[in-house]
Design a binder for this molecule. Structure first.
Ligand SMILES: Nc1ncnc2c1ncn2[C@@H]1O[C@H](COP(=O)(O)OP(=O)(O)OP(=O)(O)O)[C@@H](O)[C@H]1O
Length: 325
């Protein structure tokens, strides 16, 4: 059992989930699964029928307007609250019935920035987390995460002197300290400067590359679309849609003198697929070289041709507007 004085109690709101036992085998392959999760407060439904899975090595971002239920969902996924119905599985094990054993695979910061013992230094706070998580000889690992989060310079200062960004980074340091296989973060980049945001992205991408399943909530869609594999859009307590970012095909957009005729023509060109008109542009997948050569051969005046970057932010705005309208 843990023993520490009440004066060392973290202030209310500390939400660092810590490992406590051995991970279990998983048959489904998903690192984290939510199955038909619903949550009501009294008679008020907050979440309804949320089902999704995050694979090892995947970064899954939860997006949604204020009050759409992101924090509630994260609380359910980390075992800080219980659903009215539904199941959460971590590495195939039921989170609510798996005891502490399954929680050792989880690292999380909920309701960021995490609270720490303000009179202790960053390093001492991490030593406390290491103790709580049963890590033996954690000094080298603590130094490693402090360096990774660029906190070494302030590591021996009391946390009460930390800026918001430094506390945010210490929260991430504490969540990854025990090398969890599932990492769940509520708004991990809020309050960070652009350099700090870049660093967090880099760290999350690297963890995913090493096989960690990362789930985060965010309002920063343009930012997250740079490295997330999938984005789940929450609205009105439901998962409206999942957008798979990594799997989007090579799409191009061109402007041409007669777009309707050009689109009809491109549909006949081998190597060019999924041709459609979008406003005055022609959008297609396939070979831009073949498309361009064919149009020029047919004497179309092509003004420009460029990759059609997917704008998650615009897409999200449309999706949420339609859902509430
Ligand atoms: N303990 C609670 N009791 C009653 N209602 C609650 C409770 N917690 C959350 N809610 C309600 O659930 C809904 C979703 O809240 P939640 O904090 O999960 O949204 P969110 O998407 O995280 O919002 P934000 O983007 O503002 O952080 C809100 O309408 C909120 O008022």
């Amino acid at each position: 059992m843990l023993k520490h004085s009440t004066s060392l109690e973290p202030r209310k709101g500390l939400r660092i989930i810590t490992p406590m036992g051995a991970p279990a085998a998983n048959s489904s392959g998903a690192a984290l699964e939510a199955i038909q999760l619903s949550k009501r407060y009294g008679r008020k439904p907050v979440l309804e029928g949320i089902t999704f899975a995050v694979q090892p090595g995947e970064v899954y971002a939860l997006a949604g307007p204020n009050g759409s239920g992101k924090t509630t969902l994260i609380r359910l996924l980390t075992g800080l609250a219980f659903p009215t119905s539904g199941v959460v599985r971590m590495l195939g094990q039921d989170l609510y019935n798996g005891g502490y054993a399954i929680r050792r695979v989880l690292g999380a910061v909920v309701e960021a920035p995490a609270a720490f013992y303000p009179h202790l230094t960053g390093r001492q706070n991490l030593e406390m987390v290491a103790f709580l998580t049963g890590m033996s000889r954690p000094e080298a690992r603590i130094r490693e995460v402090l360096a990774r989060l660029e906190l070494l310079a302030v590591a021996d200062q009391p946390v009460r002197t930390y800026s918001l960004g430094q506390r945010q980074r210490l929260g991430l340091a504490s969540a990854i300290l025990h090398e969890p296989q599932v990492l769940i973060l509520d708004e991990p980049t809020s309050g960070l400067d652009p350099q700090g945001i870049g660093r967090v992205h880099e760290i999350l991408a690297e963890l995913a590359w090493k096989g960690v399943a990362v789930l985060l909530s965010t309002h920063h869609l343009r930012e997250v679309s740079a490295y997330a594999d999938r984005v789940g859009i929450l609205g009105g307590g439901r998962l409206l849609e999942e957008v798979r970012l990594g799997a989007r095909g090579e799409t191009y957009r061109l402007r041409v003198d007669d777009p309707a005729r050009a689109a009809a023509f491109l549909k006949t060109v081998p190597g060019v697929q999924n041709v459609s008109l979008r406003d005055v542009s022609v959008v297609f997948e396939g070979s831009p070289n073949l498309a361009l050569a064919a149009l020029v051969r047919e004497n179309f005046q092509v003004r420009f041709l460029e990759p059609d970057y997917f704008d998650l932010y615009e897409y999200y705005r449309e999706r949420v507007k339609h859902a509430s309208g």
